[in-house]
Ligand binder design. Structure first.
Ligand code: NAD
Ligand code: ZN
Ligand code: ZN
Length: 345
């Protein structure tokens, strides 16, 4: 008998996802099959479904890179993961393990990396095929729905904060207080930083306060950069831009302290006009950051398991995916939506 699963599929860029029955694949040698319990919905899934980026996935594909579940079956030769283990299938689906970047523990930039929910089918489905060498180990006591946002939004912001090189007692400005940003605020506080949250939505800024932000600035108000400079006494030592908006990038550089670092994590389509003069004269470092390595992942999950960081989640069924993506595009999701799967299947 061929077993079937429900999946939300991108058949055409810019069109609603289609709920379909797909055959559940058996794991090949070196692969595992994960039974999805929960999967977060990241703004990247929206970019993927729209075909926003220069390197595009190939439809039909299943998005989702915050999928958490139990290993249902293992392929031949798999020894490091066993049936019943709890794992997460992240954006960094796999890497080569041998190139200069993999050898330097920078597997996130491996030239042969595959991406979950993008170049490989992801977690908007009842089962996910995964590479056991790159799945996240979910600590005991951390529920699947709470772990889901950590394996992309959490690890990305935790790594991004580290990449700002801001030290305890210094200021970080977090631009974009949504799915990534609301976790970034909590990580930054747990790491001993002062946090100034920046967003265009007053509701998100009120939420940012609840998440622990010491100060908030509405990016739409005139003089927002100056406001951050005043609050931070000359600009934030670190700036992390998670906003999916080009306007936020220029502004984020303007919020950076002399000799500070502005980390770019948001991925709106397009190029941003680089304020060369400001960057050179103020000796600012501008740095890209992409998710996190497996070690970053373990650290990011440990913060959550220890209760220092907690995703604020709204649960929805897989069948609601199109309305969730629509709301995400309009900035209408308070923090993170997590798709919850029926465990009886
Ligand atoms: P989200 O929609 O949950 O949150 C975005 C937030 O940015 C919202 O609160 C919104 O109000 C705010 N915002 C919009 N325009 C702004 C502006 N001009 N200034 C300040 N804030 C603004 O999205 P998300 O899931 O947090 O993802 C954010 C971005 O990060 C997306 O582009 C996504 O693709 C990218 N991303 C990158 C990585 C990475 O590894 N670099 C990982 C995950 C997501
Ligand atoms: Zn993501
Ligand atoms: Zn590699």
């Amino acid at each position: 008998m061929t077993l079937k699963m429900q999946a939300a599929v991108v058949e055409q860029f810019g069109q609603p996802l289609v709920l379909q029955e797909w055959t559940i694949a058996s794991p090949a040698a070196g692969q595992i099959l994960v039974k999805t319990e929960a999967c977060g919905v990241c703004h990247t899934d929206l970019h993927a479904a729209r075909g926003d980026w220069p390197v595009k996935p190939t439809p039909p594909f299943i998005p989702g890179h915050e999928g958490i579940g139990r290993v249902a079956a293992v392929g031949a030769g798999v020894t490091n993961v066993k049936e019943g283990d709890r794992v997460g299938v992240p954006w960094l689906y796999s890497a080569c393990g041998h190139c200069e970047h993999c050898l330097a523990a920078w597997e996130t930039v491996c030239g042969s990396a595959q991406f979950g929910g993008y170049t490989k089918n992801g977690g908007f489905a009842q089962y996910i095929l995964a590479d056991p060498n790159y799945v996240a180990r979910i600590p005991d006591g951390l529920a699947a729905k709470d772990a889901a946002p950590i394996i992309c939004a959490g690890v990305t912001t935790y790594k991004g904060i580290k990449e700002t090189k801001a030290r305890p007692g210094e200021w970080i400005a977090i631009s974009g207080a949504g799915g990534l940003g609301h976790l970034a605020i909590q990580y930054a506080k747990a790491m001993g930083l002062h946090v100034c949250a920046v967003d265009i939505d007053d509701g998100k800024l009120a939420h940012a306060r609840l998440m622990g932000a010491d100060a908030v600035v509405n990016a739409k108000t005139r003089g927002a950069e100056e406001a951050v400079k005043k609050i931070t006494g000359g600009g934030a030592h670190g700036v992390l831009i998670t906003a999916p908006s080009l306007a936020a990038f220029r502004q984020g550089v303007g919020m950076t302290r002399k000799r500070g670092t502005c980390v770019l994590a948001g991925l709106p389509p397009g190029d941003f006009p680089f304020p060369l003069f400001d960057v050179v004269l103020n000796c600012i470092t501008v740095r890209g950051s992409l998710v996190g390595t497996r070690q970053d992942m373990a650290e990011a999950l440990a913060f959550a398991a220890e209760g220092k960081v907690k995703a604020d989640i709204e649960l929805q069924p897989l069948s609601a995916i199109n309305s969730v993506l629509h709301r995400l595009g309009r900035g209408d999701v308070a923090a993170r939506v997590v798709l919850e799967f029926d465990s009886s299947h």
